[in-house]
Design a protein around this ligand. Structure first.
Ligand code: BGC
Length: 364
């Protein structure tokens, strides 16, 4: 029923904006072909993870420059009003495709709907906007990311021969659909352990806006209430580092395995030091390359190249054509991967006390 209504509404929009649907594809490519192609990108913030400014921006810029297409990449700095203002400015400036990493589904949807009404095709980059209207979604298999985190923690606890460990969970922002998917992934590994009595479920809390500082406060409270926490599922490297700082104060770092995500320089340093059990490497270059290929096709009124779109993701109201990539677990044993792939440079990680740790790990 709901789907039918949405389909009718979409058809209505197409009629009023005079767009033609191309071969049953719902990427509204027809309306923008006469304008000069220009791609707008709105990144979410620069504090919840190092990735947005150091990896995503860099790789997107490289791809747009290589294609010779005009672009404007801005960062909303976790401000939902700024997010809307940037989107309005981009639309007024005549972008012919818009890519967003939403701060939550509500404000994301407002932006996507506005773009759609103006005939501008859109991409949900990394984060899916629930009930939104993006033409495409480009991300990783985020449940798989969470599974790798859960499995990584189990491996570290097993290696440490932990018996009936109390496990704390520090989840990502409740407004980020990815955080929900990561949790689905790691809980699919941890819940059976809690149920069987192998592990004891400890505190389990979300960190608003992935705020790293708040994560420290939350974990400090967790540890005060439950002194025998023996493992921490932290949803990304920023949260993991906040946990590790608290563990250090309590002389528990290295004794309590902590997970992460994003293979940030800090996360890799924590892994080399033995304070972080694992991280998840998401090849952001591949994600940015896929998204920019799609954006360039949309911005120039073309169909995306065959084989690029490899799936569909339900956004609660419809299936969004998607590009979904595969994440990889990183531990001390295979930390070289992120350097060999060109994602990190030794100079970003192997400084100060980490220089000798890098040499030991074969990173030069
Ligand atoms: C991304 C993660 C990132 C987190 C915080 C998520 O949506 O997928 O890579 O660590 O947001 O920025």
């Amino acid at each position: 029923m709901r789907r039918g209504i949405i389909a009718l509404a979409a058809a209505g929009l197409l009629a009023v904006t005079g767009l033609t649907a191309c071969g049953g594809d719902d990427g509204d490519s027809g309306g923008t072909s006469s304008k000069k192609p220009k791609i707008g990108v709105i990144l979410p913030d620069s504090k919840s993870s190092a990735r947005w400014e150091t990896a995503d921006r860099k790789y997107l810029e490289e791809a747009f420059k290589a294609a010779g297409v005009d672009y404007d990449i801005q960062n909303a700095q976790n401000d939902k009003n700024a997010f809307q203002t940037i989107a309005d400015q981009m639309l007024t400036s005549g972008v012919t495709a818009l890519m967003i990493v939403n701060l939550d589904s509500g404000t994301g949807k407002a932006v996507l709907d506005k773009a759609k009404n103006q005939g501008v095709p859109t991409i949900d980059y990394d984060r899916l906007t629930l009930g939104g209207s993006a033409s495409y979604y480009v991300s990783f298999d985020n449940v798989a990311v969470g599974k790798l985190q859960g499995e990584g923690l189990v491996k570290c606890l097993t290696d440490m021969k932990a018996t009936k460990p109390v496990v704390a969970e520090l989840n990502g922002s409740p407004t980020d659909n990815n955080a929900t998917l990561f949790k689905e992934g790691y809980d699919s590994v941890l819940k059976p352990k809690y149920d069987s009595g192998d592990y004891v479920k400890g505190p389990d809390q979300a960190v608003p806006d992935w705020d790293n500082a708040q994560a420290g406060t939350i974990f400090e409270q967790m540890l005060t209430q439950k002194k025998d926490i023996k493992g921490v599922l932290a949803a990304n490297d920023g949260l993991g580092n906040a946990v590790i700082s608290v563990l250090k104060k309590n002389k528990l770092n290295g004794k309590v395995p902590v997970t992460g995500q994003d293979a940030t320089p800090e996360g890799i340093q924590n892994i080399l030091a033995g304070d972080q059990c694992m991280t998840v490497y998401k090849a952001v270059k591949k994600e940015a390359d896929a998204a920019s290929k799609l954006a360039i096709a949309l911005a120039t009124g073309k169909e995306p190249e065959a084989g690029l779109v490899n799936g569909k993701t339900n956004d609660t109201a419809r299936d969004v054509p998607s590009v979904l990539l595969t994440p990889q677990a990183i531990t001390k044993d295979n930390v070289k991967v992120v350097f060999d792939d060109g994602f990190l440079k030794p100079s970003e990680v192997c400084v100060g006390k980490y220089a000798s740790l890098c040499t030991k790990a074969g990173i030069s």
